[in-house]
Design a protein around this ligand. Structure first.
Ligand code: ADP
Length: 259
């Protein structure tokens, strides 16, 4: 049996939800050992659900996100259809077991709000005008949550849309930066988000260099806000590399096998 790594005092505090005294130590190291401008470890995979038209799975730190995409198909109910373009129907849902206390499986107000902002972050990337009167359905399931799930949901959903073969101008990738212990930090985890001072989620189309989502929770000075956006965009660029790798590892291998 593999020996279990002994947890540091800091890790024990985070896992037991005891409020840590500091989020960033004197050397600029955070509770999980990351530097201020460091992302959590990321793993992405596409085509994980054979029954969906497109799918993707992502782990970012302790976040676990699964996305299934259907469509474009005839829009139902008919009244949601647009004569000149496809509509995206997006559902962000946190599983009851995704947080430490059981969450009601019914959609919460937060789930409804996040479904809307995620849809709006994805829409600019998709050639909706190619498929009038249809709908593209995006189902985002948060299996495990540890802060930054709207961003993780967007990054995963863009991969699932690409996996479904839906024509896109660019991928969309999202990452947050925020303020913890008075310092601007990348990709806040839940403890940093809750105890920290601010969180700025950003969604970004890397080739078009366009931001499709920008929110702020908390207080930042104009300089701090600018620093947070720039840091989040740098985080997005790093995640974009992983997105491309995930797509290549499915499609480039499949093409090679076909030859
Ligand atoms: P995001 O996940 O995009 O950062 P929020 O800032 O609203 O969105 O939430 C931050 C974190 O709070 C989530 O990632 C999750 O870990 C936690 N959280 C959200 N809703 C609940 C809930 N109902 N119960 C417990 N924790 C929750």
């Amino acid at each position: 049996m593999k020996a279990t790594k002994k947890k540091t005092k800091k890790e024990t505090e985070t896992l037991s939800n005891k409020k840590p005294e500091t989020l960033v130590d004197k050397k600029g190291i955070r509770l999980d050992g990351r530097k201020l401008d460091e992302l959590r470890p990321v793993k992405m995979e596409v085509g994980v659900l054979p029954n969906a038209d497109g799918s993707a799975y992502l782990e970012q730190g302790r976040n676990k996100v699964l996305v299934g995409v259907y469509g474009p198909k005839e829009a139902h109910p008919r009244h949601i259809a647009q004569q000149d373009r496809a509509v995206i129907q997006c559902r962000y849902h946190m599983a009851p077991f995704s947080v430490d206390e059981r969450k009601s499986p019914a959609p919460s107000r937060r789930d409804v709000e996040l479904s809307k902002v995620i849809r709006e972050a994805l829409e600019p990337a998709v050639f909706l005008e190619y498929y009038p009167k249809t709908s593209i359905q995006v189902y985002i399931e948060i299996l495990q949550a540890d802060g930054g799930t709207r961003c993780a949901g967007i990054t995963t959903a863009a991969l699932a849309l690409a996996d479904a073969g839906i024509p896109m101008r660019d991928l969309v990738v999202a990452c947050a930066a925020g303020k913890a212990d008075g310092k601007i930090a990348l990709d806040l985890m839940d403890t940093e988000d809750k105890i920290g001072d601010a969180d700025v989620p950003v969604a970004y189309m890397p080739n078009l260099e366009a931001i499709t989502l920008l929110q702020m929770d908390g207080n930042l000075s104009p300089d701090e806000f600018e620093k947070a956006i720039n840091m989040a965009v740098e985080g997005c660029k790093q995640l974009y590399v992983k997105q491309k790798e995930a797509l290549k590892s499915k499609y480039v291998v499949e093409e090679a096998e076909e030859e």
